[in-house]
Design a protein around this ligand. Structure first.
Ligand SMILES: [Zn+2]
Length: 358
């Protein structure tokens, strides 16, 4: 008589929180742990395509070292001790990004693909899936960033800065300067003279993000650890501008866009600076065509990303985004000590600052 067969008792493996990751072969857990199979003496990734062993023969290990010390050897199918496919792909894409960054002009797709040993079609698809951008958009983002940094540093002429950043024609650059700088190059160089700049602070997977826009378009997207430092950085870049924080519509817009472009699966294995450039550009792209101060509806955003039917998915992405629009905007004052603008009145700003000083 076999009583056990009728009353299935949960094994230790099944009670382990990692068990469900195994059952679903969840790629999010790849690299987070490995599991061993007593009967075969082998250990595997959570995503191993082999048939799942009986739970009573399975044990979990934090990493390969732990599994090997327990006497198990790596599975030849999922190769848990080697770089995962995602890691290998990320390495290839990171290499291509470096190539794009260091080239005088944007390399053509065929040459880029060849340099990493892939077909142009496969390479383009992988690049887009890994960074969220096309190679061309990544190249443009890198050059735009370079020109903003050079203009902000204030060395050389505006024309020199344009050429140095890899734009081979300054007239072509001027045509698009509002898109790249949010204002004319000389106004940018002059610290945003006479410009009114709205800004919002938000949190994303890469840390804090500051988005700033003039009436002409987005003029800065800054990423970093400390929101206060980012706001100070913004102020240093545009010392002559009227910085206006705390505009609820602009904050809501930024929160929506950041939430929308925030796809945690994108670029996790990429070097941080590449991820930063790609993330900034995705935010930039989403915001670029929206006039400052205007909001976008979920259907606007869905249409803008070429998926007009994905309104619900966009709304869900926005709702899932636990954004902290914590803006110490009343603490933003001009460098000369002038209180500058404040949405709720300069007097209130003065009072806030005074009460903080104690
Ligand atoms: Zn395996």
């Amino acid at each position: 008589m076999n009583l056990v067969a009728n009353s299935h008792k949960m094994t230790a493996a099944e009670q382990d929180p990692r068990w469900m990751a195994l059952v679903h072969r969840d790629p999010a857990f790849d690299g987070k742990f490995v599991y061993s199979v007593k009967t075969t003496g082998v250990y595997c990734r959570p995503t191993c395509p082999s048939r799942l062993a009986k739970p009573e023969n399975i044990a979990f290990h934090a990493d390969c070292g732990e599994a090997e010390r327990a006497g198990f050897r790596p599975c030849l199918r999922c190769r848990p001790n080697e770089a995962s496919l995602a890691e290998r792909h990320a390495a290839v894409i990171a290499e291509a990004c470096r190539r794009i960054e260091t080239a005088e002009e944007l390399p053509v797709l065929d040459a880029l693909a060849k340099s990493v040993g892939m077909s142009p079609y496969h390479f383009h698809r992988l690049f887009k899936a890994t960074t969220g951008l096309t190679p061309k958009a990544y190249g443009a983002a890198h050059r735009a960033r370079r020109i903003r940094d050079q203009l902000a540093q204030g060395q050389g002429s505006v024309t020199e800065a344009i050429y140095d950043a890899g734009f081979n024609s300054s007239s072509r650059f001027y045509e698009t300067s509002n898109k790249v700088l949010g204002m004319t190059p000389s106004a940018f160089r002059a610290g945003g003279v006479q410009a009114e700049i709205k800004f919002a602070v938000a949190q994303c997977t890469l840390g804090a993000i500051v988005v700033a826009a003039s009436t002409k378009g987005v003029c800065a997207i800054l990423l970093g650890d400390d929101p206060d430092e980012l706001v100070r950085d913004l102020q240093d870049r545009f010392p002559k501008a009227d910085l206006i924080g705390g505009d609820p519509e602009f904050e809501a817009l930024v929160a929506k866009v950041v939430g929308f472009v925030e796809a945690p699966a994108i670029g996790l294995d990429l070097p941080l600076d590449v991820r930063g450039t790609a993330f900034q550009e995705r935010v930039w792209q989403a915001l670029r065509d929206i006039p400052a101060g205007e909001t976008a509806s979920y259907s606007d955003i869905a249409a803008r990303i070429g998926a007009p039917k994905a309104v619900r998915a966009v709304a869900q992405a926005c709702a899932a985004n636990k954004i902290a629009v914590a803006i110490p905007c009343h603490r933003v004052v001009r460098q000369d000590g002038d209180l500058s603008g404040y949405r709720w009145g300069v007097e209130r700003k003065r009072a806030l600052l005074q009460s903080e000083r104690g």
